[in-house]
Design a protein around this ligand. Structure first.
Ligand code: NAP
Length: 262
């Protein structure tokens, strides 16, 4: 099975391509396309095929991964008819991709920014006609970037793309850093302290099945952290997150339903 990646040198395209190659995908079975020129990221695999253009890439591939910005798609000469097409793009719904690619099996997947270090959580949804063999190919490819999980509807995919934006942790880090600096802490110390909070907090919270018990333990302790947590909850932290997810989900739904500009 030959894989073709359009946008192979971008953040996600390179994460998928190089990690799949590192995991054993044969270089001779991978065709790559970008806008500019071949990149060093693929230098360890000189056997990969750099396609001349979209028509060349599509002609050489059974599985196509679409990893360009939505506004850069479709490229002239693109032909996904009859293929397994896996799209990472927002704003291109299963229906719009299916009408562009007659007879294709379409999958939409939403890796996140941690794909490049193999720690993405990648939800995906399939359109009509995806068989179990091709689903296994989808799983194998997405697993190269971390965990994958199939969901039932595009609405669920949109919600998860809203939820998985790693920018929420960045917002928290920014607020903590600004507070620490405002209290006169040295920049280097403040940065290391905030980075440690995010790393250790993330690791502790990763066991979501135990999250309620963990929070209750902190609150019951009635210590320093509990005082801060109670103030944050009273100030509306949970409501802020609910509002953020509602806004992000609405934007994702609008993009899926109406395309670019939605
Ligand atoms: N980054 C994320 O965390 C994330 C998460 C979920 C979904 N997505 C979606 O995934 C897609 C890719 O995102 P990204 O962040 O990886 O984008 P990116 O870093 O901007 O990469 C875009 C890629 O597309 C290539 N490209 C642009 N125009 C092209 C053309 N006409 N023909 C061939 N190749 C072309 C670029 O080539 P050059 O390098 O030569 O310019 C580059 O390899 C986007 O649709 C994005 O919305 C991204």
């Amino acid at each position: 099975m030959r894989l073709g990646i359009i946008g192979a040198t971008g953040w996600l395209g390179a994460a998928l391509g190089t990690r799949a190659l590192a995991g054993g995908w044969p270089a001779a079975k991978m065709a790559l396309l970008n806008r500019t020129a071949p990149r060093d990221a693929y230098a360890p695999w000189p056997g990969v095929i750099w396609a001349k253009n979209a028509a060349d890439l599509c002609a050489q591939s059974d599985v196509l991964v679409l990893s360009t910005r939505p506004e850069d798609f479709p490229q002239p000469g693109f032909d996904g008819a009859g293929k397994l097409v896996i799209s990472f793009m927002t704003a291109w719904s299963l229906d719009r991709l299916a009408s562009l690619c007659p007879g294709a099996r379409i999958v939409r997947a939403m890796p996140n920014g941690a794909a490049s270090v193999g720690r993405s959580f990648t939800p995906w949804v399939a359109g009509a006609g995806l068989g179990s063999d091709e689903a296994a190919v989808v799983r194998r490819l997405l697993s190269a970037m971390g965990e994958e999980a199939q969901v039932e509807t595009e609405a669920q995919l949109d919600y998860l793309s809203a939820l998985s934006g790693s920018a929420y942790s960045a917002l928290m880090a920014q607020a903590m850093l600004a507070d620490a600096l405002g209290r006169g802490l040295p920049q280097a110390v403040a940065e290391r302290a905030v980075a440690s909070v995010l790393a250790s907090g993330g690791a502790l919270a990763a066991d979501t099945s135990g999250i309620d018990a963990m929070i209750q333990t902190y609150l019951d302790y009635r210590g320093v952290t509990a005082a801060g947590m109670q103030a944050a909850l009273k100030a509306g932290l949970a409501q802020s997150i609910t509002k953020a997810l509602a806004a992000a989900t609405a934007k994702a739904r609008a993009l899926t339903e109406r395309g670019i500009g939605g």
